[in-house]
Design a protein around this ligand. Structure first.
Ligand code: FMN
Length: 402
């Protein structure tokens, strides 16, 4: 018997069906263990205590209460911030950056003194010292290793042996697929809005695409600062969010007060993205220095000289730099040199020189209006997410007759 053609839904019905799907997606991903589905007028107020846990496949995998992580930010997410995020129910990630393993070992020890909760370490593998830091993390059995800019199969293998987890930071479909094939337990999808090495695709498109392609949890990064951002990311299929710029402005962040103040004054247009900031597209806060670099020609000779200086400061033998040049090819090494040579401006940032310094910052800088402690940032995000969910429940009526 022929099946009668299904009548197309009206515009109104489409809206209701769409709303239903939004709710279905969120509830499939998430269980708010303390949150009832409230009609709009019953919405929880900002003053009330937020949900005790928000369960997603990511929180289950990591053994954490909230699907929120701080981006591993070199020289910025140091032990106090990492422990504060983990103690508040998120996943704190140490930004190992290009620090020597001896320093990172002390930082891992310090984190363990400050928290018993799971935490992670970020190793940007193409950067000096990062491979050694990943090996150190395996030796120290750090619960979560977050790597980027390189192959992580050996890290996944090593971490699996002690029950550790790996998260790959990626900014494209190709890198995400390859990370899953190489054993990553989750990926961070870094959208165009993000601070640092942002990809070409915006978070709003990258996250749902990766969520439909991958079997492992997808964490949204780039542009998230608030509870609405968390809820939006979950609705798009993410299992959590990673926040860089928001946590860089936290009380526990090592950013100089001048930069925190500057960040609060900046708007969404006040970042710049260019390959000139270290070899591959890199997003920075708009400062005089960042604009100057954008106008200038990169001088490979100066960059090379400066990278040797950095290598000395980072305890990296110069022979290693030369060997890398042979092994990884001149383009990769030039990228490394350019990235390392940007460190001179970071130094000025730590001295609070907003004009002459540079810092990574995402477009979300325009959404940040205060400096808060990490625990308060997380508490506020959860409360805002609950309020946003209640608001959606008020906007989209329940689908009736089913
Ligand atoms: C100050 C700062 C430093 C960062 N350093 C690193 C880093 O060392 N390694 C890394 O993989 N990403 C780093 N990032 C990028 C973040 O991992 C993340 O992709 C980005 O911050 C997400 O976008 P958002 O800033 O809008 O939250 C940094 C970001 C900021 C703001």
């Amino acid at each position: 018997m022929a099946v009668p053609p299904r009548a197309l839904p009206s515009w109104n019905e489409s809206l209701v069906l769409g709303a239903h799907r939004v709710r279905e997606t969120i509830y499939r991903q998430v269980q708010w263990t303390e949150l009832r589905v409230l009609p709009f007028l019953e919405a929880k107020s900002m003053q009330q205590a937020p949900a005790k846990t928000i369960r997603t496949d990511f929180t289950d995998l990591m053994g954490i209460r909230f699907p929120i992580i701080n981006a591993g930010m070199g020289w910025v997410s140091l032990p106090k911030m990492v422990a504060a995020v983990s103690n508040a129910g998120g996943l704190g990630i140490l930004g190992a950056g290009v620090q020597p393993p001896s320093v990172v070992a002390d930082q891992i020890r310090e984190i363990r003194e400050l928290t018993e909760k799971p935490f992670g370490i970020n190793c940007p593998l193409a950067m000096p010292n990062a491979v050694d830091n990943a090996k150190l993390a395996l030796k120290e059995q750090v619960p979560v290793i977050n790597y980027s800019m390189g192959r992580g199969d050996w890290i996944a293998e090593g971490a699996t042996r002690y029950g550790g987890k790996t998260i790959a930071s990626v900014n494209s479909v190709k890198l995400a697929r390859s990370a899953q094939e190489r054993g990553a337990d989750a990926i961070i999808a870094t959208g165009y809005e993000a601070a640092g090495h942002a990809g070409e695709i915006g978070t709003f498109v990258l996250v749902p695409r990766l969520a439909e392609l991958l079997d492992i949890p997808v964490i949204a990064a780039g542009g998230v600062t608030s509870g609405a951002g968390l809820l939006g990311a979950l609705a798009l299929g993410a299992s959590g969010v990673s926040l860089g710029t928001r946590f860089a402005t936290a009380t526990e962040s090592t950013w100089h007060e001048n930069f925190k103040k500057a960040a609060i004054e900046r708007d969404v247009h006040d970042t710049l993205i260019s390959e000139k900031f270290g070899g591959s597209p890199n997003r920075l806060m708009r400062t005089e220095q960042a604009e100057k670099i954008l106008r200038s020609q990169v001088n490979p000779f100066h960059a090379l000289l400066y990278s040797f200086q950095i290598a000395r400061e980072m305890d990296i033998p110069l022979t290693r730099v030369a060997l890398d040049a042979v092994r990884q090819g001149p383009k990769r090494v030039f990228e490394m040199i350019s990235m390392a040579s940007m460190q001179r401006y970071n130094k000025l940032s730590f001295e609070g020189d907003v004009g002459q310094g540079t810092v990574h910052a995402g477009q979300s800088i325009g959404l940040i209006h205060d400096t808060l402690e990490v625990a308060e940032i997380i508490r506020r995000i959860i409360t805002e997410a609950e309020d946003a969910l209640a608001r959606l429940n008020g906007i989209f009526p329940e689908r009736s007759g089913e």
